[in-house]
Design a protein around this ligand. Structure first.
Ligand code: DAT
Length: 173
């Protein structure tokens, strides 16, 4: 049994996953697992997609690499996909959302290619990640949080901190 919960923070690239995950880790002491970094550091990549300028993640290798931490509990998984993680590992799925005009500016600032920018804008407008989360996990553990302005980050993280405290109380830990 885990003594701390495992949380996924997901959403389209640029919505603010890492910003939330870092503040949440600082506020709770949970461990931030940036799947981007871990895939590279722990050799879980299967080549590079040059057109989209991203690593292709070998999901089986990735799951093997993070399994011990996930079974121990207390991790914040930060990744733009969520349905690969076993249901039994996950206590809460937070889908960060962002207004599409703001997202456009954030992604343009990253100098994404037009194709990558268009794909991500479409994904956010079509709420692809929210639907993926709702399909993969029980509805009651999936939470949609909007993050358009700086103060939204603190408010959202405050809500998740409260949820972590309640989880610990409810499970007597
Ligand atoms: P992600 O991890 O989803 O790709 P990020 O945390 O790196 O996103 O944030 C992308 C950029 O947007 C970064 O420059 C920080 C900024 N940002 C994130 N959340 C924000 C918010 N609520 N208000 C304003 N800027 C925000």
């Amino acid at each position: 049994m885990r003594t701390s919960p495992n949380i996924i923070i997901t959403g389209t690239p640029g919505v603010g996953k890492t910003t939330h995950a870092e503040l949440l880790a600082e506020s709770t002491g949970l461990q931030h697992l940036s799947i981007n970094k871990i895939s590279e550091e722990r050799n879980c990549t299967d080549g590079r997609d040059e057109e989209l300028q991203t690593w292709i993640v070998d999901e089986d290798k990735l799951l093997d690499a993070i399994e011990p931490e996930c079974l121990a509990g207390g991790v914040i998984i930060d990744w733009h996909a969520c349905d690969l993680f076993p249901k039994s590992w996950i206590d809460l799925v937070v889908v960060i959302r962002c207004d599409s005009t703001l997202l456009y500016d954030r992604l343009s600032a990253r100098k994404y290619s037009e194709k990558k920018l268009d794909e991500n804008m479409d994904a956010e407008i079509m709420q692809v990640l929210l639907d993926e989360a709702r399909d993969a996990y029980d509805e009651e553990i999936v939470v949609e949080l909007w993050s358009n302005e700086g103060e939204d980050v603190e408010a959202n993280v405050g809500r998740i901190v409260q949820w972590v405290d309640n989880w610990k109380k409810d499970s007597g830990r």
